[in-house]
Design a protein around this ligand. Structure first.
Ligand code: FES
Length: 257
């Protein structure tokens, strides 16, 4: 984990309410593992306001990029960020996804812009497979072409039926799952908590592996404030685990919902 004054290289609208912020960050960039995140101090916001966590969409030796949804507190200040600005970041944080099991079939499952955090994982995986992306409407399904260019088959679902199968991501996943050798599946999942739980429940019931990126409010991002705790199962019972430091990636069997 390092702190760095990163320079904004690019900041633009990507699709709908989603934007990409690209930073020159030669200290943090090379450290990033898929599934990790960074904490960013939004410039021109009162410095007493906490940093904001962003999952990492791309990273290399030169820097990092985040793909985020422009909603909520701090959005206006974010919108004012221009190329050439300096932003203070801490990263890379959290444990990240484990390396994919070479004997298993990788499956990506994302809700909303959760697939931005899976993109860096897909870029670094040796195998390709199938990806299920869910969103409210066509405008919320991101990066289909980018994943296809890496060799992934993408099956979108939308709540309103404007793209792919109508319904939640499970509407496409469940019929597909029934035709697979289920115990060979290894899922990498990122999105809202109800979707994580739905996929985790399926993993437990059907005895396959599912790595879930837990979505919790985070204040410090470094394990000190305990705003992000979840219940993690232990041999005899459970213990508190911090999403920012012990996660955000947990295997489905670890979590007590
Ligand atoms: Fe502070 Fe996790 S955000 S302990």
């Amino acid at each position: 984990m390092k702190q760095e004054k990163a320079t904004v290289v690019e900041h633009h609208n990507f699709q709908g309410e989603y934007r990409i912020l690209r930073l020159a960050a030669p200290v943090v960039g090379p450290l990033v593992k898929p599934g990790q995140f960074l904490e960013l101090q939004v410039p021109r916001l009162d410095e007493r306001i906490l940093r904001r966590p962003f999952s990492i969409y791309q990273a290399d030796a030169e820097g990092v990029a985040v793909l985020y949804k422009a909603v909520g507190r701090g959005t206006e200040a974010m919108a004012a960020i221009q190329p050439g600005d300096e932003v203070d970041i801490i990263g890379s944080l959290g444990n990240g996804y484990p390396e994919a099991d070479a004997n298993k079939t990788p499956v990506l499952v994302a809700g909303g812009y959760g697939n931005a955090a899976l993109y860096i994982l897909a870029q670094r995986m040796e195998k390709t497979g199938i990806a299920f992306f869910g969103g409210r409407s066509e405008i919320d399904i991101l990066l289909v072409k980018e994943f296809e260019a890496l060799g992934w088959e993408v099956r979108p679902t939308t709540d309103d039926g404007t793209l792919g199968t109508k319904g939640l991501v499970t509407a496409a996943f469940d019929p597909w799952m029934k035709e697979q050798e289920i115990e060979t599946l290894e899922l990498f999942v990122c999105g809202p908590n109800p979707m994580l739980k739905a996929m985790g429940d399926r993993a437990i019931a059907n005895k396959f592996t599912a790595w879930l990126s837990l979505d919790r409010n985070m204040a410090c991002g470094v394990g000190a404030c305990l705003t992000c705790v979840i219940k993690r199962k232990t041999g005899e019972g459970w213990e508190w685990a911090r999403c920012c430091k012990d996660g955000p990636i947990f295997e489905s069997r670890e979590i007590l919902w």
